[in-house]
Design a protein around this ligand. Structure first.
Ligand code: MG
Length: 301
């Protein structure tokens, strides 16, 4: 052992020995200061996750587990505004993000762009009316064509188009949320930090980003990914088991979310962590178990 290291370890040993048994050195105590100690875990279920045959039954089920968010698809949302607002009245559940549902795509080179603009704006208007935090979108899935090439000019174009969309969303009291996917599904946008940088360069407070723990297998660090987006850009989070995209906990040891949760706590993230996943086991057992697992890991993070 080098002399300096030896001295440091000797001093630490002496200091520890001087304390009464069971006393923890201040520097070893878990950090529970500031935002980290007070940031709550806000869980959310997509409509297809919550058990029940009717909307009311699904919301009752969410309430029974203390799940306070509800995420629905964007398709047909305009026709569901009254239904959703009435169902949520008097409940401790808020609308989460609206998951896509538009036609076409923003980087299309043909008339699909016009269809995107029209249908996305309809969903944004409806999202504002149900008090949603934003509408999730992907710039282009791998299979979509004809698509603008993956060039610097396309990125500039994307930022300009997102600026217009973000300002429209703000007028409707909501946002648009860029979702990075894994490279198998969306080579164009894979990393949370890149989505946050595009949101920044779009120069509209109505453009945000999100992270999906399933797709975040592409990240080198869940913690760094969420920290890079920070509270300013991170608007939503999706969660699934990390081996097969089943319900959290169904992939055993792989389902470790603590590193990402630690970042969410440290930035004081106030949005939802929303279940977007399949399932293998009996949902009556695995859904309550997943909620319990996530709360435990949140406490440990
Ligand atoms: Mg997702």
């Amino acid at each position: 052992m080098k002399r300096r290291n030896f001295l440091i370890s000797s001093m630490a040993g002496a200091a520890a020995a001087a304390l009464a048994p069971g006393t923890m050195l201040a520097s070893c105590a878990p950090k529970k200061d500031g935002k980290k100690a007070t940031t709550p875990l806000n869980l959310c279920f997509q409509e297809g996750i919550a058990l029940g045959d009717t909307l009311q039954e699904k919301l009752d089920y969410c309430e029974s587990l203390g799940v306070t968010g509800f995420e629905v698809g964007g398709r047909g949302l305009a026709g569901r505004v009254d239904e959703l607002n009435n169902a949520l009245k008097g409940r401790n559940i808020r609308m989460g993000a609206i998951c896509a549902g538009f036609d076409g795509f923003i980087l299309a080179e043909d008339e699909q762009k016009e269809r995107f603009d029209r249908t996305m704006r309809e969903i944004i208007e409806a999202a504002g009316k149900v008090n949603s935090c934003g509408v999730i979108m992907v710039p282009a899935f791998n299979g979509q064509s004809p698509c603008r090439p993956h060039t610097r000019e396309t990125r500039d174009y994307l930022c300009e188009e997102l600026h217009k969309l973000g300002e429209f969303a703000l007028q409707n009291n909501t946002t648009v949320i860029l979702e990075p996917l894994n490279r198998g599904e969306c080579f164009y946008l894979r990393l949370v930090a890149d989505a946050a940088a595009i949101a920044r360069d779009a120069d509209s407070k109505g453009v945000k980003c999100m992270g999906d723990f399933w797709h975040m297998q592409e990240e080198t660090s869940d913690y760094a990914a969420f920290m890079a987006a920070g509270k300013e850009y991170l608007q939503h989070v999706h969660i699934a088991s990390r081996g097969r995209r089943k319900t959290p906990g169904e992939d055993g040891e792989k389902d470790n979310y603590r590193d990402g949760f630690r970042a969410l706590k440290e930035i004081g993230y106030e949005g939802f962590v929303s279940f977007e996943c399949g399932r293998e086991g009996d949902p009556k057992i695995i859904l309550p178990a997943a909620v319990e697992l996530l709360r435990k890991q949140w406490d440990e993070a």
